[in-house]
Design a protein around this ligand. Structure first.
Ligand code: ADP
Ligand code: MG
Length: 345
C-alpha cells in the first residue's frame, strides 16, 4: 500500500509538533523515521494510523483520501515500545484478539482463527509457545508476539514505534535483523520509528531524518551518511567536526588563512567533516592544533584536537589517525579534510 503524506501540520495548543511534512512511502517499502526525542516521529506515526488527526494537510492510502478515516477503517497494524500484551491472555489469544473482536459477518470462524494464529506463530518463530502467558516470555519474544498480533488483521500497513527500544542492546540487534528478514518475506509497507541511527541505517530501505517537526532529509543510508543535506543531518548522523570558514576566489579560508581546499562560490559558512575523512599533512596550508586526547579504537585511533582561537575558547575537532602515526598527547597535529561539505550561512 502506497502512502502519500501531503503538507501535514499538527498543532498541540498552537505548538507545531509537525510543520509542513510531505512524504511518499512506496508500497512494500521499509522506511525509518529517525530523529531526536521530540522531533515529531510518534506524532507522524499516530496520524498515519488514524489515532489522531492533522490540523492541516492530507494523508492518502493509495488513491484513497484516508485523512478522516478511523483506525479500523484504515486497517493498520501497530506495535509500540510499551504496547503491553494482554496479561491475562495466552500468546495465542493475544494474537487472535483482533480477529475475534471483528463485527460478526467479517469475523472469521473459530477454526480459521486458530489456523491463522498458528501460521503467524510460525512466521515470528514462536511455534510451541501458544499456551504461554506474556510474563512467561522474554522481552524479545513479547515484541514478536505484539508484531504477530499486529499482523493478524492483515493490515495494509505496519507501524512500529521504537518497538525494540526497551530491550537490551544484544536482543535489539538480533530483532533488527529478524525484522528485516521478516519484512522481506512478507513485503508489508512498514514505517519504523527510532532515535537510534544505527538501527535506522541498518534496517531501512530509506531513512527520513526529522528535527523539530520537519523532515530534514529523505534518502538511503548512504545518502544521509555520505551526502548529508543539512548541518543538522551532518552532525546528527555519525561523528563530525565543524569550523567557520570563508570562501574567497575559490579557496577555503579558516581564520583568514587558506587551508588547501578549493571550493566554488565566495561567501561564509561552516565546514563539516567526519573524523575518518582527514589525512595528516605536512603542508604549510593545513589545519593544525594541539592534541588534547587520544582514544584507541579497534584498528585505529581518534585524536581530539584543540585549534587555537585567539581570545576565545579553542575550536575542538576529532580526527581518525593510523595506530602508529606520530600523533601524541600534547604534540601538534597537522591535517586536512579529504572529504567535506561547506554549508553556507
Ligand atoms: P518523538 O516521537 O520524535 O519523540 P513526539 O511526536 O512524541 O516526538 O512529540 C513531538 C512534539 O509534540 C514534542 O514537543 C511533544 O512534547 C509534543 N506533543 C506530542 N504529543 C502531544 C500532546 N498530546 N499534547 C501536547 N504536546 C504533544
Ligand atoms: Mg516518540
Amino acid at each position: 500500500m502506497e502512502v502519500t503524506i501531503n503538507n501535514i501540520r499538527k498543532e498541540f495548543d498552537r505548538f507545531p509538533a509537525l510543520n509542513d511534512v510531505s512524504l511518499k512511502i512506496a508500497s512494500g517499502e521499509l522506511i525509518a523515521l529517525l530523529g531526536p526525542s521530540g522531533s515529531g516521529k510518534t506524532t507522524l506515526l499516530r496520524l498515519i494510523a488514524g489515532l489522531d488527526y492533522p490540523t492541516a494537510g492530507k494523508i492518502f492510502f493509495g488513491e484513497e483520501d484516508a485523512s478522516h478515516r478511523t483506525v479500523q477503517e484504515r486497517n493498520v497494524g501497530f506495535v509500540f515500545q510499551h504496547y503491553a500484551l494482554f496479561r491475562h491472555m495466552t500468546v495465542a489469544d493475544n494474537i487472535g484478539f483482533g480477529l475475534k473482536v471483528r463485527p460478526s459477518g467479517t469475523r472469521p470462524a473459530k477454526e480459521e482463527i486458530r489456523r491463522r494464529v498458528s501460521e503467524l506463530l510460525d512466521m515470528v518463530h514462536l511455534s510451541g509457545l501458544e499456551k504461554r502467558y506474556p510474563n512467561q516470555l522474554s522481552g524479545g519474544q513479547r515484541q514478536r508476539v505484539a508484531l504477530a498480533r499486529a499482523m493478524a488483521i492483515e493490515p495494509r500497513i505496519l507501524l512500529l514505534d521504537e518497538p525494540f527500544g526497551a530491550l537490551d542492546a544484544k536482543v535489539r540487534k538480533e530483532l533488527r535483523r529478524w525484522l528485516r528478514e521478516f519484512h522481506d518475506r512478507t513485503g508489508h509497507t512498514t514505517v519504523f520509528v527510532t532515535h537510534d541511527q544505527e538501527e535506522a541505517l541498518e534496517l531501512a530501505d530509506r531513512v527520513v531524518v526529522m528535527s523539530q517537526g520537519r523532515i530534514e532529509q529523505v534518502g538511503s543510508a548512504d545518502d544521509v551518511y555520505d551526502r548529508p543535506g543539512s548541518p543538522f543531518v551532518f552532525s546528527f548522523i555519525g561523528e563530525s567536526s565543524q569550523l567557520p570558514v570563508e570562501v574567497k576566489d575559490g579557496a577555503l579560508l579558516f581564520q583568514g588563512h587558506p587551508i588547501g581546499i578549493s571550493e566554488p562560490g565566495d561567501g561564509v559558512g561552516d565546514l563539516f567533516f567526519r573524523p575518518e575523512d582527514v589525512s595528516l599533512s605536512d603542508e604549510q596550508e593545513a589545519l593544525f592544533g594541539k592534541v588534547t586526547a587520544c582514544r584507541r579504537l579497534a584498528g585505529t585511533r581518534i585524536a581530539e584536537i584543540d585549534i587555537a582561537n585567539e581570545g576565545h575558547a579553542p575550536y575542538h575537532v576529532e580526527i581518525e589517525v593510523p595506530l602508529h602515526a606520530p600523533v601524541e598527547l600534547g604534540s601538534e597535529a597537522r591535517f586536512r579534510p579529504t572529504r567535506w561539505k561547506v554549508f553556507r550561512k
